[in-house]
Design a protein around this ligand. Structure first.
Ligand code: HEM
Length: 432
C-alpha cells in the first residue's frame, strides 16, 4: 500500500479506536521514536504521518482529486453525524464566504454581540469557553440561519440542538464515538429534527422581497425551490446545519482562547479597548493577536484520504502511496517546535502571514487557517468576528480571571482548535 514501507509505529492507535489519554502526546512520542515519516494502523485505517519540511509542503500541494480533504473529513464526521446530512447537499460551506457575503455577515455581527451583552447583564460569572460558544453560535445563526434564528426562544432551541449535533465531538471527544455508534446516533437524530422544525419556521417567516435581508438563507432556500415544500424545507435545514456545524469546529473555541490570551496580556488588552473606541489603528494589532491565539491553540489533524495512487516526496524518500491511505500531519506539533514558537508573540505576523520564516524548514510547517487550495475560506470572517467580539466585550466589561493556572486542552482531542479541558470561569462587571 505504501512503497517503500515507512517505519511503522507498532502498538500506536488513534482515540477513535483505542483508549488514548493524550492523542497528541502519543503521536509526538511516536515521532521521537520513528522520525518525521511513519505509519499508524488504527482500526481498519492506515495513516501516513508526515512532519518533514518538504513532506508537509508537498502534502499541502496534493490535489483534491488525488488526495481528498472532503473524503477525509467525511470519514471523521460520519462517526458523529447522521448519514443523511451528507447526502444531496445543494449548498456547501465553502461557497458562502465570497467578499460580499462576508461583509454582509459582519454587518449583522454587532447585533449578535449586543444580544450577548444584554444576556450577560451588568455583572456576573461566566465560563469564557461557554461564552465563546454562545457568541460563535449566535454569530453563525444570524449569518445563515434565517429570520429569527439568532434571537429569543428560537435561538435557545437551535443553540441547544446544535450543542448535541456538534460534529466536532468526532475529534474533540473521539473517545465518546463508540457510545454514539451504540446509540445509533439517537440524540443526534432527535437534535436534527429540532433543527429541521426551526428552520422550516424560518422559511415561513422569510419576507417575499429579496431585498429584505437574509441573503445567504434566501440563496439556500432558492437552491431548493424546484422541490415539493416539505422536501425542500428539509434540504434547506440540512444545508444550514452542515454550514453551522462546520463553523462550530474552530471559531467557538478560538474566541475562548483569544479572551484568555488577552486577559494574560494587559498591554494588548488596552489596545483592544482603544480599538473599541473606534481607533482603527488598533485593528491590525488585535488581528495579529487573534492569529497568534489560534496558532498556539491549534490541535488540528490535517488529513487527506488518497483516492488515486500518488507519489509523495518527503525530502529523504519518495513514497508511492496507494488508495485508501490517509496522509496526515498534526498542527500542535509543527506549529510550536521552531525556536521561540512556543511563545505568544503577535508581532511574528505581518498581516495574515508569518513575517519571518527563516527559522522554519518550510513556511507550511506553521499555520492558523491552513495552506494551499483548502485554506479556510472563512478566515476574514472569523478574524473579524474575533476582533469585534474582543473589542465589544472588553469595551463593555472589566473581566477578572478566576483561574490561577492557564487552562489546558481536552487531552483526547485530535483535530480543530483546542477545547478547554476544565472550567475557565471569570467575573465580569460593566465598565460604564
Ligand atoms: C478561528 C476559526 C477558524 C479556524 C482556525 C479555521 C481553520 C481552518 C483550517 C486550518 C482549514 C484547512 C484544513 C485543511 O487543510 O484540511 C480550514 C478549512 C475550512 N474551513 Fe475553517 N477555520 C475557522 C473558521 C471557519 C468557519 C467559521 C467556517 C464556516 C463554515 C469554516 C469553514 C471551513 C471550510 C468549508 C474549510 C474547507 C475549505 C476547502 O476545503 O476548500 N472555517 N479551516
Amino acid at each position: 500500500m505504501i512503497e517503500p514501507a515507512p517505519p511503522h509505529a507498532e502498538g500506536v492507535g488513534l482515540p477513535w479506536d483505542v483508549a488514548v489519554d493524550d492523542a497528541v502526546a502519543v503521536l509526538a512520542a511516536a515521532r521521537m521514536e520513528y522520525g518525521d515519516t511513519f505509519t499508524v494502523r488504527s482500526g481498519d485505517d492506515t495513516y501516513l504521518f508526515i512532519f518533514s519540511p518538504q513532506g508537509v509542503t508537498n502534502f499541502y500541494g496534493l490535489s483534491e482529486g488525488d488526495a481528498s480533504k472532503g473524503v477525509a473529513d467525511y470519514l471523521m464526521l460520519r462517526r458523529k453525524l447522521p448519514d443523511e446530512m451528507f447526502v444531496g447537499r445543494r449548498t456547501l460551506p465553502h461557497e458562502l464566504f465570497s467578499r460580499d457575503r462576508t461583509l454582509g455577515y459582519l454587518a449583522d455581527l454587532d447585533g449578535a454581540l449586543e444580544a450577548t451583552i444584554d444576556e450577560l447583564g451588568s455583572e456576573g460569572d461566566i465560563d469564557l469557553f461557554a461564552l465563546g460558544r454562545r457568541i460563535g453560535q449566535r454569530v453563525g445563526l444570524v449569518s445563515w440561519g434565517g429570520p429569527g434564528a439568532a434571537t429569543g426562544d428560537r435561538f435557545q432551541r437551535l443553540a441547544a440542538a446544535f450543542e448535541v449535533l456538534d460534529g466536532s465531538d468526532a475529534f474533540v471527544h473521539p473517545d465518546s464515538m463508540a457510545a454514539v455508534d451504540a446509540s445509533d446516533k439517537a440524540a443526534e437524530r432527535a437534535a436534527l429534527e429540532i433543527v429541521v422544525s426551526e428552520i422550516t419556521e424560518g422559511i415561513e417567516m422569510l419576507p417575499d422581497a429579496d431585498t429584505d435581508g437574509h441573503p445567504t438563507f434566501r440563496s439556500i432556500v432558492n437552491a431548493w425551490s424546484d422541490q415539493p415544500d416539505d422536501w425542500a424545507a428539509r434540504g434547506v435545514a440540512l444545508d444550514v446545519a452542515l454550514v453551522h456545524i462546520a463553523s462550530m469546529s474552530n471559531l467557538v473555541a478560538a474566541i475562548g482562547w483569544f479572551l484568555v490570551d488577552l486577559l494574560d496580556h494587559p498591554d494588548l488588552l488596552a489596545e483592544v479597548r482603544e480599538g473599541n473606541d473606534g481607533n482603527e489603528g488598533h485593528r491590525g494589532t488585535t488581528e495579529r493577536a487573534a492569529l497568534e491565539s489560534i496558532r498556539l491553540a491549534q490541535r488540528s489533524i490535517i488529513s487527506r484520504h488518497v483516492l488515486k495512487p500518488l507519489s509523495l516526496d518527503v525530502g529523504d524518500a519518495v513514497y508511492e502511496v496507494g488508495r485508501g491511505v490517509t496522509i496526515a500531519t498534526l498542527l500542535p506539533l509543527t506549529n510550536t517546535e521552531a525556536p521561540g514558537h512556543g511563545e505568544f508573540r503577535p508581532d511574528r505576523w505581518r498581516g495574515r502571514r508569518l513575517a519571518d520564516v527563516s527559522d522554519l524548514g518550510s513556511r507550511e510547517l506553521v499555520t492558523a487557517f491552513g495552506h494551499g487550495s483548502h485554506t479556510c475560506p472563512a478566515q476574514p470572517f472569523s478574524l473579524a468576528a474575533m476582533v469585534r467580539t474582543a473589542q465589544r466585550l472588553f469595551g463593555a466589561y472589566d473581566i477578572r480571571p478566576g483561574w490561577t493556572e492557564r487552562p489546558t486542552p481536552v487531552p483526547a482531542q485530535i483535530g480543530g482548535v483546542a477545547r478547554a479541558g476544565g472550567p475557565c470561569e471569570a467575573h465580569y462587571v460593566r465598565r460604564h
